[in-house]
Design a protein around this ligand. Structure first.
Ligand SMILES: [Zn+2]
Length: 105
């Protein structure tokens, strides 16, 4: 999906419509390299889901052997809107899409 690089939308801090810079929100759910302590911290924040070894070892086969693995070809995308006047960020969930493209407007 093509998304404009800047967008005029409501800013909670300025309490009016201002120009916002649009970028991809990259922090949500990226957990691959986290240590145990930071998993606990992200769990407090409502991220870091699952328990135990997340099914990585044990009697179950590897997740790549599962029948429906890789059936989803799209990812849930959320955009990060930064107010150009006061630098306040807000997150805009966009739903599933295969690819995000930022285009100059
Ligand atoms: Zn603002």
């Amino acid at each position: 999906m093509k998304v404009p690089k800047s967008k005029k939308t409501f800013c909670k801090k300025c309490k009016t419509h201002t120009d916002h810079k649009v970028g991809e929100n990259k922090t949500t759910g990226n957990r691959g390299s986290l240590k145990k302590g930071s998993i606990a911290r992200s769990r407090v924040r409502g991220l870091g889901r699952g328990f135990g070894n997340l099914g990585k070892w044990g009697s179950k086969p590897a997740i790549s052997k599962f029948k429906r693995t890789g059936s989803k070809s799209s990812k849930k995308v959320s955009l990060k809107l930064t107010c150009k006047a006061c630098n306040k960020c807000s997150i805009l969930p966009m739903g599933r899409m295969k690819k995000v493209e930022f285009e100059q407007k």
